[in-house]
Design a protein around this ligand. Structure first.
Ligand SMILES: *[C@@H]1O[C@H](CO)[C@@H](O)[C@H](O)[C@H]1NC(C)=O
Ligand SMILES: *[C@@H]1O[C@H](CO)[C@@H](O)[C@H](O)[C@H]1NC(C)=O
Ligand SMILES: *[C@@H]1O[C@H](CO)[C@@H](O)[C@H](O)[C@H]1NC(C)=O
Ligand SMILES: *[C@@H]1O[C@H](CO)[C@@H](O)[C@H](O)[C@H]1NC(C)=O
Ligand SMILES: *[C@@H]1O[C@H](CO)[C@@H](O)[C@H](O)[C@H]1NC(C)=O
Ligand SMILES: *[C@@H]1O[C@H](CO)[C@@H](O)[C@H](O)[C@H]1NC(C)=O
Ligand SMILES: *[C@@H]1O[C@H](CO)[C@@H](O)[C@H](O)[C@H]1NC(C)=O
Ligand SMILES: *[C@@H]1O[C@H](CO)[C@@H](O)[C@H](O)[C@H]1NC(C)=O
Ligand SMILES: *[C@@H]1O[C@H](CO)[C@@H](O)[C@H](O)[C@H]1NC(C)=O
Length: 482
């Protein structure tokens, strides 16, 4: 019962009876944070406005016991009155000013030397002045998201060398001074997503030696500085929804490899994955580049370093690929998932998809929503691990029965919305195989009826078959006319 009594928030409202009543504190003991104040009825519209806090402490507590302060959605606080710091000098856990129309911050407002967490999200802050948080020596987490920040002054976060999470999402930044993040030696997570960044200075991140996650989603970046990757240990890089036309992972230059493990560049304007793209980025396991305009993948883009490639997930859906050049996926030992859906792929070459004994190919291969017409035997047979194959929404009219010899190990085969097949098979077991093969008999027969490959009329496609047949017919007619 005692413990429960502590867990239940002891809320004590003090009666407001002071002449300048600018805010009211509700003090309580929070299970995690200890003793603190949740502030209500705030109304600060002018700088240096007289400010008094109505407060009545829990028995045995006083102003110097206050660990945390939370002002969230509880009025207007255009400026942070110095009286707050003057009253509660020992806050070391948490300071929150969220959703209170804060316009401006300055050094005087944040002298909380031992505070680990500051949340200033959902306000109207436009500028982070130079060294704004210099007195918060032990700051660990700073959330400035959802403001109107368009300016970070030089050395804005100077001396916050223990800061680990800096969140600047949803602001109006167009660029960042090269010195903005200088000295943030412990920073592991930096969020700059949903800004208007169109330029980043070459060295802007180069002092962030501990950075692991960098989120630059939803900006206007046309390129990324190479040093960004070269001198840091960035593990996850998010660049979705930018204006990148070319991806450069340092493959061409003679530098050490990158630490990068996950790279997300969906929704950009990339047209080509060039040779040696991943030569330096050998630790990348997840590469997502869907919704670009990629029409060319150099066959050595992924596997220049095939002995050490860690690529496991390659996402290339919604691009402009018409073919997969033989060798493109060779040598990728760890490959598990390949998304090639919603492209314009019309033929799969005779080459096998993966080759590098002992390579097993992906577990999941999505080739749906392409323009495939004929499925040949060579393509899937070296993918013993293949569990899910999505071939739906193509134009498949013929399937070599040998190409489905790997069916024994397949759980899902999607073939809906094709010319000779229209079924999805989910949860395939041993006993289904005969049945499935029967239902695909039309596709198999169409394939059997194609003229043998190697002859003039080979099985490259029905289209060429029809054109050739037409040509022969025309020739015959011409001959007869003569
Ligand atoms: C806040 O104070 C201003 C005067 O300083 C007053 O005009 C306004 O009505 C007050 N707003 C609220 C919500 O109390
Ligand atoms: C601050 O107070 C708001 C409103 O009561 C609450 O939703 C929020 O969880 C509190 N924040 C913290 C960090 O305690
Ligand atoms: C930052 O604060 C916002 C609230 O405005 C919250 O939604 C978001 O999750 C926080 N970001 C991080 C990374 O903690
Ligand atoms: C896609 O790239 C091609 C060149 O490869 C270009 O002609 C075309 O305009 C691009 N499409 C879009 C939507 O950017
Ligand atoms: C696809 O690439 C071709 C050139 O290869 C280009 O003409 C076409 O506009 C591209 N399609 C899209 C949707 O960008
Ligand atoms: C297979 O592809 C179709 C068409 O693109 C898609 O609607 C479906 O969700 C895919 N199924 C799976 C399991 O990936
Ligand atoms: C088929 O899958 C099982 C496990 O699902 C695996 O042990 C076996 O090696 C696979 N067959 C081949 C040929 O890889
Ligand atoms: C496989 O066979 C079982 C038993 O006959 C049946 O319940 C199941 O629906 C079949 N699955 C497929 C994918 O055809
Ligand atoms: C099919 O025939 C065409 C034209 O004769 C030739 O270019 C192509 O290489 C042949 N393809 C195969 C798989 O034999």
């Amino acid at each position: 019962m005692m413990i429960l009594g502590f867990k239940v928030l002891l809320i004590l409202t003090s009666v407001a009876n002071t002449p300048i009543n600018c805010a009211t504190c509700h003090f309580y003991l929070d299970e995690d944070l200890g003793y603190g104040c949740e502030m209500f009825d705030v109304n600060v519209t002018e700088k240096n406005q007289p400010f008094e806090i109505s407060r009545e402490h829990l028995p045995g507590y006083s102003d110097c016991d206050v660990n945390w302060l939370n002002v969230t959605d509880s009025g207007i606080m255009n400026f942070i009155p110095t009286a707050i710091y003057g009253t509660f000098r020992n806050i070391f856990d948490l300071v929150v000013f969220s959703g209170v129309q804060l316009n401006e911050i300055n050094r005087e407002s944040f002298q909380y030397g031992f505070t680990s967490t500051i949340k200033l999200d959902r306000n109207l802050i436009k500028k982070i002045p130079s060294r704004a948080f210099i007195d918060c020596l032990y700051l660990f987490y700073l959330n400035l998201s959802n403001n109107l920040i368009d300016t970070l002054e030089d050395s804005a976060f100077y001396s916050n060398r223990f800061l680990r999470h800096l969140i600047l999402s949803n602001n109006l930044l167009t660029t960042i001074p090269e010195t903005a993040f200088v000295n943030l030696k412990s920073l592991t997570h930096l969020y700059l997503d949903n800004n208007r960044l169109d330029y980043l200075p070459e060295n802007v991140f180069s002092t962030l030696r501990a950075l692991h996650v960098l989120n630059l989603d939803n900006n206007f970046l046309a390129s990324i500085p190479l040093r960004l990757l070269k001198d840091t240990f960035i593990d996850k890089l998010y660049l979705n929804n930018n204006q990148l036309e070319r991806l450069d992972l340092g493959g061409d230059v003679d530098i050490d490899g990158f630490w990068l493990h996950e790279l997300y560049v969906n929704n950009n304007r990339i047209t080509t994955l060039q040779e040696s793209l991943f030569r330096r980025a050998t630790w990348v396991t997840i590469f997502e580049a869907g919704w670009n305009n990629i029409s060319t993948i150099h066959p050595n883009a992924f596997n220049q370093n095939s002995k050490s490639s860690k690529l496991a997930h390659i996402g290339l859906s919604h691009n402009n690929l018409t073919e997969i050049i033989p060798g493109t996926f060779h040598g990728l030992l760890d490959l598990r998932r390949v998304e090639l859906n919603s492209n314009r792929i019309s033929t799969l070459t005779n080459d096998d998809f993966v080759s590098c004994p002992p390579c097993f190919g992906p577990d999941i291969l999505d080739l749906s929503d392409n323009e495939l017409k004929i499925i040949r035997s060579q393509f899937f047979v070296n993918m013993p691990r293949l569990g899910t194959l999505n071939l739906s929404s193509n134009k498949i009219s013929a399937i070599d029965r040998h190409s489905l010899e790997i069916l024994t190990n397949m759980t899902n085969l999607f073939l809906a919305d094709n010319s000779c097949a229209s079924t999805n098979f989910k949860g395939i077991t041993e006993e289904n195989i005969t049945e499935i093969k029967e239902s695909l008999e039309e596709c198999f027969k169409n394939y059997d009826e194609l003229p043998p490959s190697g002859s003039f009329l080979n099985k490259s496609s029905f289209a060429s078959l029809r054109i050739s047949a037409l040509l022969i017919l025309i020739n015959k007619l011409n001959f007869m006319n003569v």
